[in-house]
Design a protein around this ligand. Structure first.
Ligand code: HEM
Length: 105
């Protein structure tokens, strides 16, 4: 959904204003470019094998896929999804786990 590009974390609803403290790492791409428009911008990670790569987000602050999908819904898409839909998306993300040398990871 994010398109594998650089995107702001907090497109539809600010993410970092909820935080107690914003750290340098939270500034994301800004730390590289020093461009104000790059504050809170991160590379959208590829989701291949995502079920195996917790913890999530740039700071590893989120342990579960369910929680990170809820964050995406609220802050990136600006929608409230029913629990059932979140669970289905998590199941979908689990289908992105691949194989290596013929064996499931
Ligand atoms: C239902 C829709 C979406 C799902 C299921 C989803 C899923 C995820 C997951 C699982 C991660 C964590 C990956 C990791 O840390 O390894 C992630 C991160 C991220 N997603 Fe989404 N995403 C969705 C929509 C979007 C949209 C619409 C955008 C941008 C417009 C977006 C931008 C990002 C960004 C920038 C990150 C990295 C944030 C960080 O590192 O702190 N996502 N997404």
């Amino acid at each position: 959904m994010g398109g594998n590009l650089f995107q702001k974390l907090g497109v539809m609803q600010e993410y970092f204003t909820d935080m107690e403290k914003v750290r340098v790492a939270d500034l994301g791409r800004f730390n590289v470019t020093q461009q104000p428009q790059d504050r809170f911008v991160f590379k959208v990670p590829g989701l291949r094998n995502v079920a195996l790569t917790a913890p999530y987000l740039h700071d590893g602050s989120v342990d579960s896929l369910q929680e990170v999908v809820e964050i995406m819904m609220k802050h990136q898409l600006g929608v409230r999804a029913p629990e059932k839909d979140i669970a289905l998306i998590v199941l979908f993300l689990k289908t992105l786990t691949g194989q290596y040398q013929g064996k499931g990871l």
